[in-house]
Design a protein around this ligand. Sequence first.
Ligand SMILES: [Zn+2]
Length: 169
Amino acid sequence: MKSIPFIVLILSLGLNACGQQSTSVKEEKKDSTMATFEVVKSESEWKSQLDDEQFRVLRQKGTEAPFSGKYYYENDQGVYCCAGCNNPLFKSDTKFDAGCGWPSFYEPITPTAVKENKDISHGMVRTEVVCGKCGGHLGHVFNDSPEQPTGLRYCINSVSIDLDKKEDK
Ligand SMILES: [Zn+2]
């Protein structure tokens, strides 16, 4: 019978093809959260600089309890800066009461002050907002505030920011 060696040949070709395919699939995964930042510190350096709650939110992407943050009801004028690296993030003029329990802003102080990452944790698709200088987690941005000039709500943890108050003269 001539057909048996022929079948063996086809099978071995098929196996080779599969073998080649599996090796060519090896590609390095690129992660947008691996972006490089101007301020880079080790986790232990951050831990010694920040208090426990700041470390949990800024460096471990935690969330403070709603209505608990020190800036939720804040109305003083000034610039909100990153609690990790002092990078100016939001102007008090753009803060509004969204009723959500966290300080909310409709736009960052400059387009590069913050960076945005897709966040698919907790079974939701959200846009995470991080500091543009140190990558510290600030909160999330939502496109659900049509009454605001940008339509956006930057929902930010109070512990991630420090208000640099304007001095009235
Ligand atoms: Zn920062």
